[in-house]
Write a protein that binds this ligand. Structure first.
Ligand SMILES: *[C@@H]1O[C@H](CO)[C@@H](O)[C@H](O)[C@H]1NC(C)=O
Ligand SMILES: *[C@@H]1O[C@H](CO)[C@@H](O)[C@H](O)[C@H]1NC(C)=O
Ligand SMILES: *[C@@H]1O[C@H](CO)[C@@H](O)[C@H](O)[C@H]1NC(C)=O
Ligand SMILES: *[C@@H]1O[C@H](CO)[C@@H](O)[C@H](O)[C@H]1NC(C)=O
Ligand SMILES: *[C@@H]1O[C@H](CO)[C@@H](O)[C@H](O)[C@H]1NC(C)=O
Ligand SMILES: *[C@@H]1O[C@H](CO)[C@@H](O)[C@H](O)[C@H]1NC(C)=O
Ligand SMILES: *[C@@H]1O[C@H](CO)[C@@H](O)[C@H](O)[C@H]1NC(C)=O
Ligand SMILES: *[C@@H]1O[C@H](CO)[C@@H](O)[C@H](O)[C@H]1NC(C)=O
Ligand SMILES: *[C@@H]1O[C@H](CO)[C@@H](O)[C@H](O)[C@H]1NC(C)=O
Length: 442
């Protein structure tokens, strides 16, 4: 069967990619988050003004609550005297060297968090105060406010022993988000910025890039999302696979909530994500994606996608869904979601990103509230490759917020009342091919 064959090929490709040990994302190969360290001005006495930028260069991955927590390790005895547009979580031990003016943070490894929206104006900078959120490039592109994929803060740093030695660029940068690792700082062309409505251009004294890249292997989290399917031509609804994300443990009911149970009061710890509190289900995933092939017209096929949130203590802001489906290149219309093809780099055109419309359905609310969002779309039925047989109408791959969703095994996909001869023939053929491939590999 075509699907099994496809699965075989895909798994071979996955093995090849994963055995290289390198997290290559074919959908977004150049995606990264850059931390840019601009030495803006040297004020002498071992003090410098530094502007730090966080720039999300990823097409579809974003940073959600509780937001980024950037940290680094100072090389010498540097401290942060003042900061604007962000704050250090710990002041640390500033006794010892200072009598009157206390620095903002004396930590050897300071952790900096963004300010919340609506912070006092005197503490703001131009691109600050988003609570640590960084939109993806594609989502920032359709938002009404600018630069939501960028954050910036300004610091006055200095060495304690004011021997006039200027501070050094720190090392061991981290975003404080699992899955990302950051490079060492690299000296690059200095940042130039405009002043006076673009009439004057200023230039940093020195600029360093730190590149932070994401790897799903490194994140190594349990799945958080699963896919269920149904079709107008089949009575069976294919549910999410049992235990897709975890197994419900009946012996201790506290691991999930039944609909009659009251969700617990939300306990928010600053800068920490609350532990998920899930509605009980056989899949135990916080997110379920349901793919329903709703109707077939002469030339088009109508598909309905429903995203449901099973977590009582999390709203997913700026959620996104990346879908691989052979007919996305013939996507004709999408209702009530935004859509962008993600096919810049290959010659295939079968992957795209769905995301909510700002102020309408870009937040997937917690379970118990209106915890779902839906869309419908029309796919053009290309006579060359269109068939309802063997689950063609269903996606090959789905990820929610950049994390792969667990799909049901292909042999349980909803299928047409069968014409067994043809599929039996195909099945034999694909087994033969798999065998050939197997021989080739060994
Ligand atoms: C990070 O992203 C920027 C912008 O897309 C790109 O110029 C740079 O080459 C990327 N860096 C790496 C190491 O991929
Ligand atoms: C440094 O980072 C910026 C922002 O991501 C990027 O545009 C630039 O290409 C990077 N420079 C180098 C040399 O990687
Ligand atoms: C704080 O730093 C000073 C000077 O380095 C040191 O004498 C003191 O013991 C430190 N206090 C604590 C609580 O670590
Ligand atoms: C900094 O990173 C290096 C490796 O890159 C590691 O050996 C070292 O322990 C780190 N230092 C701190 C203070 O985390
Ligand atoms: C629930 O079950 C897990 C695994 O069996 C166990 O580690 C945990 O202590 C249990 N929790 C309660 C509240 O019983
Ligand atoms: C989610 O959003 C709703 C409506 O805005 C709000 O009432 C609720 O407290 C939010 N939940 C969390 C966990 O932030
Ligand atoms: C991919 O599809 C989009 C529209 O869905 C189209 O604009 C683009 O030209 C296609 N690219 C290729 C390489 O076919
Ligand atoms: C559907 O995609 C195929 C293959 O790229 C293309 O030849 C055909 O013209 C497309 N049809 C429509 C209606 O876009
Ligand atoms: C297809 O037909 C065969 C025999 O005709 C039957 O055994 C099988 O259960 C059928 N499959 C489905 C999905 O109806």
């Amino acid at each position: 069967m075509e699907i099994r064959f496809l699965v075989l090929i895909t798994s071979i490709l996955v093995i090849i990619f994963s055995s290289s040990g390198y997290a290559y994302d074919p959908v977004d190969p150049y995606g990264n988050i850059t931390i840019r360290w601009d030495v803006v001005r040297d004020v002498g006495y071992g003090k410098q003004f530094v502007k730090v930028w966080m720039i999300n260069n990823q097409l579809y991955r974003h940073i959600e609550l509780p937001g980024w927590k950037v940290s680094w390790v100072w090389v010498g005895d540097e401290v942060i005297w003042e900061i604007q547009g962000a704050e250090a979580t710990e002041q640390g031990n500033c006794s010892g060297a200072f009598k009157h003016l206390l620095p903002h943070s004396c930590e050897k490894q300071p952790v900096i968090v963004d300010l919340l929206p609506g912070a006092p104006f005197s503490k703001q900078t131009l691109d600050c105060c988003k609570g640590g959120l960084l939109s993806s490039i594609i989502q920032a592109d359709t938002q009404t406010s600018y630069n939501n994929n960028i954050a910036a803060f300004l610091m006055l740093i200095g060495t304690i022993n004011a021997s006039n030695a200027p501070p050094q660029v720190p090392h061991n940068f981290s975003l404080g988000i699992s899955g990302y690792t950051c490079s060492d700082p690299v000296l690059v062309q200095p940042t130039k910025s405009f002043e006076d409505q673009g009439r004057r251009r200023t230039q940093a004294i020195a600029t360093y890039n730190v590149t932070c890249s994401y790897s799903q292997f490194r994140a190594a989290a349990a799945p958080t999302c699963c896919v269920s399917m149904s079709a107008f031509y089949s009575k069976t609804i294919v549910p999410c696979s049992q235990c897709s994300c975890a197994c419900q443990l009946p012996q201790n009911g506290s691991s999930c909530l039944r609909p009659a149970d009251l969700p617990p009061p939300l306990q928010v710890e600053a800068n920490e994500e609350p532990r998920p509190v899930l509605q009980c289900s056989h899949h135990m995933c916080p997110i379920q994606v349901h793919w329903h092939v709703k109707q077939s017209y002469k030339q088009y096929c109508r598909v309905k996608i429903t995203l449901s949130n099973f977590n009582y203590v999390k709203n997913y802001s700026e959620w996104n869904l990346v879908v691989l489906h052979p007919n996305l290149q013939n996507l004709t219309q999408v209702f009530s979601f935004n859509y962008r093809p993600l096919n810049q780099y290959g010659n295939t055109n079968d992957t795209g990103m769905f995301y909510g419309i700002e102020h309408y359905n870009d937040i997937l609310l917690q379970a118990g509230e209106k915890g779902y969002v839906q869309t419908e779309m029309l796919l053009y039925k290309d006579p060359k490759d269109f068939t309802f047989r063997e689950g063609w109408a269903f996606p090959r791959k789905i990820s929610f917020n950049g994390q792969d969703c667990v799909l049901p095994p292909p042999d349980v996909y909803p299928r047409l009342p069968n014409s067994s001869h043809f599929s039996a023939l195909l099945s034999t053929f694909s087994m033969f091919l798999s065998f050939l491939l197997f021989l080739l590999i060994i």
